[in-house]
Design a protein around this ligand. Structure first.
Ligand code: AP5
Length: 218
């Protein structure tokens, strides 16, 4: 089973992916996390990426598709991938179809996390993420059990960090990019009949419950 977790910045894609990784033993393919790992390298590419990401725009399709194909072609994660933050425009959605065909796989469902935009700035401004396993927490809605400490036993991190693109002006731009380029691809998937809508205004554990019930019926 391959899933796409879909929704605007702050909808809960990373949060719900981390639960599915734990409970379903799936592999989370987050293009945002892959890009942030590249940022740390200090390469020429990383400087260009930082500018684009801090402006809330999309990184070029070539860079993204290249990152994605490296994972889709990996037999150890075949048919067990959660796509988190990808695809983000129609070109990426079509490339994903081509790549999945090439490696004899398909998408089982698009989990569409539906939220009112009014809550997103607060969710994003309160977000801190584990420096190692990337699990997101929230200072307002989902604080770590101990301050600055990831409760995921697998990584034992003592460092929770804020993202440089999690400020109000970048978030506004990220939402505009989402509305203009990403939201329209939902129609592409609705025509295929694989979109499952989830009320992501509910508490985190209730959203997880809804997603689990959807995937148990796939
Ligand atoms: P990316 O890292 O993908 O960011 P995003 O899509 O903007 O999504 P977020 O990570 O902000 O939100 P999320 O839905 O994962 O929310 P989370 O679970 O953390 O992309 C960053 C940038 O990289 C892009 O702007 C772009 O430049 C580039 N990029 C990435 N992919 C690309 C691509 N494919 N093509 C081109 N460019 C690309 O939750 C947020 C907070 O809310 C957390 O603190 C969490 O604890 C809390 N929370 C979650 N659910 C709930 C709930 N139900 N109730 C209360 N709080 C909740």
């Amino acid at each position: 089973m391959n899933l796409i977790l879909f929704g605007p910045p702050g909808a809960g894609k990373g949060t719900q992916s981390s639960f599915l990784v734990e409970s379903e033993k799936m592999f989370q393919l987050s293009t945002g996390d892959l890009l942030r790992a590249e940022l740390k390298s200090g390469s020429d590419l990383s400087k260009q990426l930082k500018e684009i990401m801090d402006a809330g725009k999309l990184v070029s399709d070539d860079i993204i598709n290249n990152l994605i194909e490296k994972k889709i072609s990996d037999p150890s994660v075949k048919n067990n991938i959660i796509f988190d933050g990808f695809p983000r425009n129609l070109e990426q959605a079509k490339s994903l179809d081509d790549m999945l065909d090439k490696y004899n796989q398909k998408i089982s469902a698009i989990i569409n996390l539906k939220v009112d935009y009014s809550v997103l700035v607060k969710r994003i401004s309160g977000r801190v993420s584990c420096s190692i396993c990337k699990k997101p927490f929230n200072e307002f809605f989902d604080p770590p059990v101990e301050p600055n400490n990831c409760s995921n036993n697998k990584c034992d991190s003592r460092e929770l960090i804020k993202r440089s693109d999690d400020n109000e002006s970048t978030v506004t731009n990220r939402l505009k990019t989402y509305d203009d380029q990403t939201l329209p691809i939902l129609d592409y998937y609705r025509k295929k009949g694989i979109v499952k809508d989830v009320d992501a205004m509910k508490a985190i554990n209730e959203v997880t419950g809804e997603i689990k019930s959807i995937i148990s019926n796939l």
